[in-house]
Design a protein around this ligand. Structure first.
Ligand code: NAP
Length: 682
């Protein structure tokens, strides 16, 4: 490996001077250098805004999702290249798996989120807001991609996952990114960006890379940009207070140090499955990635009567940690990312040792297999015991970013909660218990200070994703010290890159703008029933006004017998005192079923199947003697991709089912989903 290149304004560029040397963390050998000197950050940002942004914004959420899926498939196909390079970071195979396949998994998960968005470049959020008596004035929220750039400043511990978990989100939203990995492990990020660029799957301008320092980049942000930061709290706070960020009101999402805790429930005594699970989980979290995980367990909170048992059991497991070159058979823990990181860790361990005792491991006295201990960035797992954690509080404040953790005793659950919360805000904590009272009380007490809580017992252990894994379908982030962010992950993450705008106007106008039928908008009737139209022929607002039906008592009796629903209000006229009903009322589900009987066109046509309901409300009681009809209107269309060559080309059409009575007033409102064939199957 020689000089790393930066990818800026469509070109691979070497920095001109000011090189930072990069090292293999196992052998200590110099493997290359990185420099960003000469890069024009302002021009890079401009390029993203004017080249990548417009290209991404033209695409629909469905198209962006498919783009991410294609990228994920491409990268998984060449994953061996990344594994080979990842060994330089000191990672074991499992560590690399988390970084590489975990990162690519994030692309897949975000790609799947496309189904929760519209088939449009923008998103229509939630329900409309009725704002007038006559229904001629409504409001609805749309969310459009920001016209700026996502600047991601990442930590050194996950050079691939760190990038992919973030760009997956902004790319789904239609926003380009500039990625700045931590310099020390940027060679792995560079390799992946090279593969991404060469694949040509992303539109040009949607991804740029800075391998060396990015100091000064924040001075060029503008109001439509978004900055995310993962790293130490000190750097994060310094960047967060940049005058430019404040001036331009740029969102800054920070994920910083986190002194995560794991709690052993008082019920989980030695001999229970939960005790064993606890020991296993803590040992895993201390040693995976050599403890360089923002979610690693730093504080082990246990009932005071079990401290000795935990110390012995954990010590036994930690003693089996073979430290060394991960390519050597049997090695379980590799090196830290670099010598600088090891020195930082030593300093933090030294600070912690002033107020607590090391009960396992040593900074100097440990064996290394298959490598030179003095050249690589190795360290031993270190287990502390702090017998007075309410007074010796360093363990709640100092993060040693490596395989270092502290046992803290508690007397009762309130103390356990208090100790967990003394981390001043964490990304995650876990409690291992099989007692639902303990679990409930702990969750309620600890939730305000934690972004995620894992409740682990034997029943979920086999399938549990573990204490340390943030899952892309859940929000990731935590309050206070952890940075106060929660925008990474799930639909919420994507929304962080969208601007929400309330649109007010006549329902017909809002329908045209949102491309979603709004209640009260113009309805267009045609001779041809909508069920006889192919996907591309259906227009939003196409409506069928059905024939009518006068409700009789037999309808209610028959439905009660058919469904077995003999709720008193449907079957017993004498039971209605004190209820809102004036007489026997029709079942809501009958109203909806009857509506289907009215709006369905039974002839075989392009409609393939009924897919379900999105929402359904029964808004007015329906009594015998009333006459109901349906206004059945095409509300929204979402084209679907073919699963394979033999699949039928089709899409989902959502219809608004507006059941009304003889006064014209709505008695039931539902959205049904149908699957409809395309006429053009190519
Ligand atoms: P760091 O020193 O704060 O650096 C983080 C990133 O900021 C690096 O990319 C660094 O680039 C960059 N940076 C530093 N100063 C900058 C500036 N003035 N302008 C722009 N960028 C700047 O943290 P680290 O040592 O790499 O990471 C370890 C820390 O990250 C730990 O404390 C850990 O808890 C935290 N972490 C948190 C999470 C989370 O999700 N909460 C996840 C992972 C790690 P250079 O490398 O070029 O200096």
């Amino acid at each position: 490996m020689t000089k790393l290149k930066n990818y800026a304004q469509g070109k691979w560029i070497e920095g001109d001077g000011n090189e930072t040397a990069l090292f293999n963390s196992i052998t200590g050998e110099e493997i290359g250098s990185a420099s960003s000197s000469g890069l024009d950050f302002a021009e890079m940002m401009n390029y993203a805004r004017t080249k990548g942004g417009p290209a991404l914004r033209k695409m629909t959420f469905q198209e962006r999702g498919l783009m991410l899926k294609a990228l994920a498939l491409h990268l998984i196909g060449i994953k061996k290249k990344f594994y080979a390079m990842s060994t330089h970071t000191g990672a074991t195979k499992i560590d690399s798996w988390i970084d590489i396949e975990g990162g690519i998994g994030n692309l897949f998960a975000n790609a799947s989120l496309r189904r929760q968005f519209n088939d449009a470049p923008f998103y229509v959020d939630g329900e409309y807001a009725p704002m007038s008596k006559e229904g001629t004035f409504i409001g609805h929220h749309i969310m459009v991609p920001k016209e700026g750039v996502a600047v991601h400043i990442n930590a050194f511990n996950f050079p691939i996952w760190g990038m992919l978990e973030k760009i997956a989100v902004n790319l789904m939203a239609g926003v380009p990114a500039i990625v700045k990995p931590a310099t020390v492990t940027s060679y792995l990020t560079e390799l992946m960006v090279k593969e991404i660029v060469d694949s040509k799957i992303l539109p040009e301008g949607s991804l740029q890379l800075i391998c060396g320092s990015a100091r000064g980049i924040i001075d060029h942000v503008e109001s439509q940009d978004v900055v995310t930061f993962t790293g130490s709290a000190s750097t994060g706070k310094m960047l967060k207070s940049s005058p430019r960020l404040i001036e331009e009101a740029v969102p800054f999402n920070m994920e910083a140090d986190s002194l995560n805790a794991s709690i052993l429930g008082a019920d989980a005594i030695p001999g229970t499955d939960e005790f064993d699970l606890f020991i296993k989980e803590v040992q895993k979290e201390m040693t995976v990635k050599a403890g360089q995980k923002c979610t690693a367990i730093r504080r082990i909170i246990v009932p005071e009567s079990l401290v000795e048992d935990v110390q012995i059991a954990l010590g036994k497991r930690l003693a089996k940690t073979v430290i060394g070159d991960p390519s050597v058979e049997g090695v379980r823990m590799g090196a830290l990312a670099g010598v600088e990181q090891r020195e930082d860790l030593k300093e933090k361990v030294g600070q912690l040792a002033k107020s607590q005792e090391i009960v396992f491991g040593s900074l100097d006295d440990f064996e290394v297999t298959g490598a030179d201990k003095n050249k690589g960035a190795f360290c031993s797992p270190i287990l502390f015991l702090n017998t007075d954690p309410f007074h010796n509080t360093d363990c709640h404040n100092i993060e040693a970013f490596g395989p270092v953790s502290t046992i803290l005793p508690y007397k009762d659950l309130n103390e356990a909660i208090e100790l967990a919360n003394m981390g001043k805000g964490s990304l995650v904590c876990s409690i291992v218990t099989n007692d639902d009272k303990i679990a409930t009380e702990f969750v309620m007490g600890a939730a305000p200070m934690h972004g995620r809580i894992l409740v682990l017992n034997a029943a979920c252990a086999k399938e549990s994703t573990g204490h340390g894994s943030p899952m892309p379908m859940l929000t990731h982030g935590g309050p206070g010290r952890a940075g106060g962010g929660e925008e990474m992950g799930g639909k919420r993450g994507i929304m962080h890159y969208l601007q929400r705008t309330a649109i007010q106007g006549h329902p017909s106008m809002v329908t045209k703008i949102t491309k979603q039928y709004q209640y009260g908008a113009e309805q267009t009737e045609h001779d041809k029933h909508v069920f006889q139209k192919y996907f591309e022929e259906i227009e939003i607002g196409d409506t069928v006004i059905t024939r009518k039906h006068t409700v009789i008592e037999a309808d209610i009796v028959n439905f009660a017998n058919l469904s077995g629903d003999h709720f008193y209000a449907h079957v017993d006229e004498t039971s209605l005192d004190g209820t809102i009903f004036e007489s026997r009322v029709a079942h809501g589900y009958w109203v909806l079923s009857k509506a289907a009987g009215l709006f369905v066109d039974g002839k075989k046509g392009p409609v393939l199947l009924n897919y379900g309901l999105d929402e359904c409300r029964f808004t007015k009681p329906v009594y015998p003697g009333m006459t109901i009809g349906v206004r059945f209107t095409a509300k929204e269309k979402i084209a679907q991709e073919k699963k394979d060559e033999n699949d039928i080309k089709k899409g989902i059409v959502k219809f608004l089912v507006d059941v009304y009575d003889e006064t014209g007033e709505t008695v039931a409102l539902a959205t049904i989903l149908t699957m409809v064939k395309f006429k053009n199957q190519n």
